[in-house]
Design a protein around this ligand. Sequence first.
Ligand code: ARG
Length: 451
Amino acid sequence: MSSFGDPAEFLASLDFDKKLAHYDIRGSMAWAQALFKADVLSNDELKTIVNGLDTITEELNQGTFPFRIELEDIHFNIERRLIELIGPLGGKLHSGRSRNDQIATDTRLFCKDAINNILVLLKRLQKTLVDKAESNIDVILPGYTHLQRAQPVLLAHHLLSYFEMAERDVDRFNRAFDRVNVLPLGSAALSGTPYTIDRESLAKELGFENISMNSMDAVSDRDFVTDIEFAASMTMVHLSRLSEEIILWSSEEFGYAIAGEAYTSGSSIMPQKRNPDIAELIRGKVGRVAGSLISTLVTLKGLPLAYNRDLQEDKEPLFDAVKTVEDSLDMMAGMVASLEFNKDRMNANAQDGFLLATEIADYLTRKGVPFRESHGVVKALFAKIIEDGVTLYDLDIDYYKAFSPYFEEDIKSISSESAIAARDVVGATSKLQVKRRINEARSGFKDDEKR
Ligand code: ARG
């Protein structure tokens, strides 16, 4: 080790905050207007600044903007360029504001767009799930607990579980949006701007619903970042659970489903394999998104008021979490749309007589036997079935009656289909209930379109 590293390089955030360039310009445009209304800028000065900012936007769009790492961050880069383009007047734009309220504003503007985009992607995944559920409304499979076959359910019911999870994710992102929707600009470095800035109209100009009520809090609050990171983490956990099902289902042991060719990869040495790599990657990416949440929480912990440079560490995890959840939602929707189900296999497994144990106990209970007793009867019945090496479908009525006098001929009409149809309360797996939920989901999508 010969010489020390460059502290200026360590400080620089340009590599990642250049992503905020357009938000920074939007904030500056609005700030210039506000300065004009507060008589800090003349009409001519305002026009010149706006033209300069337009030129910078143009340069950014053309890819000709001269990013300079030695200018530390996106704010200094844009300010320096403005001064180069319009002269010392460019330096007036920073009157009464600070990079502290500027970065808080830029980050919030970014978050609003990010949330809106994530919501669109979540809803597209929901639609895909509902489509799949509807087009497979007659398919049944075993439902599992402890990954042991438990009771028969509709495949549509199983798929719609993930619709419900996504519904809560949508709600979480909407709430996060409300908390992001607060303008910090006008807080300046920490104690507020000394000019008579109309913050309400500034908020309106930038599309914020509310304005911050405490300048010291406003420049150091990053709660909204953790809100998004939590919502993203929870969404990823849900996507990971669905990924896990797809991975299990595409194993030879289950053989229930296979994702489209584009979503699977061949093995380099075993030609017979189609690995569910996309699902595995989505499952694997939960770590970095949950990590972003932890990273930001730890950064915030113990910070004294007001702005501290630690806060610069919020951006990389935020950007990474947003991009990861966006990409994963996009991939998952495509993969779900591509899923092909082995309906015969699912159906065959759902005919396993053991899945009807609960239904048979319920049968006795409907005839007046206390459930705890029915449970014992059915346990003994199935022990005998195993001992005799027969299946439920081989039994005659006397076989049943040896275990309880309450068994009658109608026991033979019990089937996976009848067990599913019997579960007909709101939220249960009967076809009626599942179809009702599909219709509700569809009218929800229509309401979204109207908005
Ligand atoms: N790059 C900084 C950040 O991301 C911008 C604000 C810097 N403010 C300051 N007083 N050094 O937080």
